[in-house]
Write a protein that binds this ligand. Structure first.
Ligand SMILES: Nc1ncnc2c1ncn2[C@@H]1O[C@H](COP(=O)(O)OP(=O)(O)OP(=O)(O)O)[C@@H](O)[C@H]1O
Length: 258
């Protein structure tokens, strides 16, 4: 595995993470640091454990029947796999955006205001401010400011995905997890999300699962290559794509399999 010599601040420090779905050993002894205000991309062939890994970062898969998780996921110094972790608070800090944009069947405004309301913000002027700032944060404000109370499901796919990112921003997170956020989008909407990712990393730590190696190369600082549940290589993106240290990484990025 490529070694990263770094003084950067760790947001996640994952140690010997193992996950089984019944007898299927889906994540194997993963050691993985994730650094602040960087974009970390996860690549690898179908079924290698990318989604499983990213979902584990905000403990989304603990309730899947038959799941068993071992090891440590230290987030800002605390092991979030401990049973007493406050998952509502964790997910406020570590937001998630999925492959299919999943707005609630409510207005654009309500989609963004929902999270802050759950966390106790009820003052209308404060909610208005959060909605405006979050939508500006994803470059959607100009497109929707005159129809904030229209149904979110009336937006285009790309707009819906940006709305979902705005919804994640509304709770003032620290980290945003993105599981193939552009795989259902056309090239222009994809480009907008990629531009957004590069802007968001000024303020947030981002982890993105992608099938698309060019996308990983365009948006990420670090790239991790998974294969059959193992983390094969984690390195600076430029290094991983130009001079991988593991033959399996080289075979994958040069299209010999996958
Ligand atoms: N909810 C689940 N229940 C049982 N097994 C699962 C579940 N989710 C994933 N798996 C299994 O875990 C392994 C890793 O799957 P995962 O979805 O994490 O891979 P992936 O790399 O994200 O794949 P893809 O690129 O196709 O989305 C696979 O063998 C898959 O069948």
């Amino acid at each position: 595995m490529g070694v990263i010599a770094t003084q950067e601040k760790e947001v996640f420090d994952i140690r010997e993470l193992n996950l089984w779905y019944d007898t299927n050993h889906a994540l194997k002894d993963i050691d993985f640091p994730i650094h602040e205000k960087e974009v970390t991309a996860i690549i690898g062939p179908s079924g290698c454990g990318k989604s499983t890994f990213i979902k584990t970062l905000n403990v989304m898969n603990r309730t899947v029947p038959g799941v068993r998780i071992q090891g440590e996921i230290n987030y800002r110094g605390k092991n979030i796999l401990r049973p007493k972790t406050d998952l509502v608070e964790l997910r406020k800090q570590v937001g998630m955006v999925f492959q299919q944009a999943t707005p609630f069947p409510k207005s654009i405004y309500e989609n963004v205001a929902y999270g802050p309301k759950i966390h106790g913000v009820h003052k209308k002027s404060k909610l208005n401010e959060i909605v405006e700032n979050s939508l500006k944060g994803v470059a959607l404000w100009e497109e929707v400011k005159d129809r904030l109370h229209a149904p979110a499901l009336g937006l285009s796919g790309g707009q819906q995905q940006r709305l979902c990112i705005a919804r994640a921003l509304a709770t003032e997170p620290d980290t945003i997890l993105m599981d193939e956020p552009t795989s259902a989008l056309d090239p222009i909407s994809t480009m907008k999300i990629e531009e957004l990712i590069l802007e968001l990393k000024q303020k947030y730590t981002i982890v993105i699962v992608t099938h698309n190696m060019q996308q990983a190369a365009r948006v990420s600082d670090k790239t991790a290559f998974f294969l059959m549940g193992e983390l094969i290589e984690l390195d600076e993106t430029k290094m991983l794509f130009s001079n991988p240290s593991d033959q399996r990484t080289e075979d994958y990025i040069t299209g010999r399999f996958g």
